[in-house]
Design a protein around this ligand. Structure first.
Ligand code: UDP
Length: 240
């Protein structure tokens, strides 16, 4: 069942259910898109119809940000909980390592994906990282070809939103993988370039606060978040 939160439909799933769905996609011979929207992504979709359509057609849409979970609650359509994209990715890699599925890492600055590959293979023994490419390319063709010749099953698409989901929707078929997951800055975290919030912050749903403390320049982007919850209150009042 999907739950509408301000125009984006979310799958109401737990982490385990999300991983099961993602693994099931690998058995179907067609490309699938998994998106991990936070409030910023929902807001963007609200003013970018093409992006909204890409998210509408995505096969799995999970609430990455605590803001989405709060908004759903305000709207009277509570979600089971937050499913952080980066945790979904980690759980999926564990399963991929056991089943021999092939992972391609796309995005971030040159060198970061390679560094992430080394760390991920150490963390998940048996994981096959079949290729990688940085996210600062001008031409799509060679990247599509790299994914195709690597025979990737899963691609972590880390180009930042909305480009990553649009890119996967446009090129997923040609690149031949079965699952594309938009994961924002995940490769920077996997490579150890960006530190993730300590567990206590994660548990309290305050990962955004930790990130703000580390990167105060994000204040402009984050100042919009309270507005997101205000929109949810407004939508509820209008009976949407
Ligand atoms: N990025 C990229 N190509 C670009 C722009 C950005 O690969 O043209 C990468 C960037 O290096 C970073 C990620 O996309 O690793 C976006 O990170 P951010 O934390 O801003 O992600 P978001 O807020 O979208 O989750």
């Amino acid at each position: 069942m999907r739950v509408d939160v301000l125009g984006v439909s979310f799958d109401n799933v737990t982490m385990d259910e999300a991983v099961d769905k993602a693994m099931a996609f690998l058995e179907e011979d067609r490309p699938h898109l998994a998106a991990t929207p936070n409030p910023e992504i929902v807001q963007r979709a609200g003013r970018d119809p093409e992006y909204a359509e890409v998210l509408r057609q995505a096969d799995l849409v999970i609430p990455d940000g605590i803001g989405v979970v709060y908004a759903a609650r305000i709207l009277g359509r509570p979600l089971k909980g937050r499913v952080p994209g980066i945790d979904l990715a980690s759980a999926l890699m564990e399963r991929m390592a056991r089943t021999g599925k092939r992972l391609f890492l796309l995005g971030a600055k040159p060198g970061v994906a390679e560094q992430a590959a080394v760390k991920l293979q150490a963390e998940h023994p048996g994981l096959v990282v079949c290729g990688s490419h940085d996210g600062y390319f001008q031409e799509d063709g060679p990247v599509v070809e790299a994914i195709r010749t690597a025979r990737a099953d899963v691609v972590f698409v880390c180009l930042g939103f909305p480009r990553q989901e649009k890119w996967a929707a446009a090129h997923g078929q040609a690149a031949g993988a079965r699952l594309y997951i938009g994961l924002g800055g995940a490769l920077d975290v996997f490579a150890g370039k960006v530190e993730r919030a300590p567990e206590q912050f994660q548990r309290l749903g305050l990962e955004w606060l930790y990130r703000l403390m580390k990167e105060p320049s994000r204040i402009g982007r984050m100042a919009k978040l309270p507005l997101f919850l205000v929109s949810a209150v407004g939508a509820k009042a209008r009976g949407k």
